[in-house]
Write a protein that binds this ligand. Structure first.
Ligand code: NAI
Length: 332
């Protein structure tokens, strides 16, 4: 029986990469019924909001969604759609698997790590105020509850995927209260998983080590701002945002999405690389139990990249969205 999945095409290159993804999933035999929902610029025109209530209701009802990128209009009073989605649906874990792909020219081999980022608080809790004119304060909110559930999520993921080690990334020497609490909780949770290795690292040292030898890392877990920066850094280690999938997971709902934005500079030109969204869709299929189809899609991505077949310009090819989609379908 087909599983209903909420589909938010987004805007900019969103609709282009979404229809490429749908073609590949259909050819791969995914058993999915798409439930269309709106967000981004088309939703403003139709519903007066970048993230209409109906979209949130559909995500709550069906519990699994696949989302294309959405533009957040700057200076028009709209809050970031992604921040709102994470808050409203309590999508507390951002999960980004990062691995070396064949045929992609990068300086590193054997990268195979997962970045697990706390998605709901830290410096992105949205608590800012003007103290006096010229002085602004941002609150870095850290709670035991959120620390515990994100570190536990990272260890559970390591256990399920047979990974060897969780690296907790922090700056407790400079922020002894907030990151001190996070670190203390991470150590407590680590004690519950003696069969998974645990390592603590300062975020600055970790960035340097990742640049020197990313292959020694396995699962990385951290607070929101560090995670935002580190997950893009890690995407860069394996070829960039056009390739890396992502998921935002909550207790009741999960939204899968490519990590790149709406790329207004190439929107509507048929040049967008759909691989990141297609790999996010493969993660979604795994989440709903369609593992064989997910594996077939991932294998096709690897084969296509290795053969340099139909690749888009960001991947060094001279093809476009259509040629890459065709190659991916041929290689299924
Ligand atoms: P961006 O990721 O849209 O673009 C950065 C550069 O990467 C551009 O040169 C673009 O052409 C290229 N690029 C991105 N994805 C590509 C793809 N799939 N294929 C080929 N080239 C690709 O980042 P930018 O310009 O900072 O943001 C544009 C808009 O997207 C903003 O309104 C931002 O708020 C929004 N955004 C939305 C996200 C989401 O919905 N998940 C995430 C990041 C940004």
């Amino acid at each position: 029986m087909a599983t209903p999945v909420v589909l938010i095409a987004g805007d900019g290159i969103g609709p282009e990469v979404t229809s490429a993804m749908q073609e590949v999933l259909e050819a791969a035999g995914a058993q999915v019924t798409w439930v269309e929902a709106h967000a981004g610029l088309p939703a403003v025109e139709r519903f007066g909001d970048v993230l209409p209530q109906q979209t949130l209701d559909l995500c709550r009802r069906y519990r699994v969604a696949l989302k294309g990128p959405c533009t957040t209009p700057v200076g028009k009073g709209f809050r970031s759609i992604n921040v709102r989605l994470r808050k409203e649906l309590d999508l507390y874990a951002s999960v980004r698997p990062v691995c070396t792909l064949p045929g992609v020219d990068v300086p590193y081999d054997n990268v195979d790590l997962v970045v697990v980022r706390e998605n709901t608080e830290g410096l992105y809790s949205g608590q800012e105020h003007v103290v006096v004119p010229g002085v602004v304060e941002s609150l870095r909110l850290i709670t035991r509850f959120a620390c515990e559930r994100i570190v536990r999520y990272a260890f559970e993921l390591a256990r399920q995927q047979g990974r060897r080690r969780v690296t907790f990334c922090h700056k407790a020497d400079v922020m002894p209260m907030s990151d001190g609490l996070f670190l203390a909780v991470a150590r407590e949770v680590a004690d519950e998983f003696p069969f998974v290795g645990f390592e603590e690292m300062h975020v600055d040292a970790l960035c340097m080590q990742l640049a020197l030898d990313p292959s020694r890392y396995d699962v990385l877990v951290m607070e929101n701002l560090f995670g935002d920066v580190l997950s893009d850094l890690c995407a860069g280690l394996v070829g960039g945002l056009g390739l890396v999938p992502g998921a935002n997971i909550g207790t009741r709902c999960a939204i899968f999405e490519a990590v790149h934005g709406s790329a207004p500079d190439i929107a509507g030109k048929g040049l967008a690389n759909p691989v990141a969204l297609i790999r996010s869709a493969a993660m979604m299929l795994e989440h709903i139990g369609q593992r064989a189809v997910a594996a077939r899609i991932e294998a096709s991505v690897r084969k296509t990249l290795q053969a340099h077949a139909g690749l888009t310009r960001d991947l060094g090819g001279d093809g476009n969205t259509a040629t890459l989609t065709k190659a991916l379908i041929r290689n299924l």
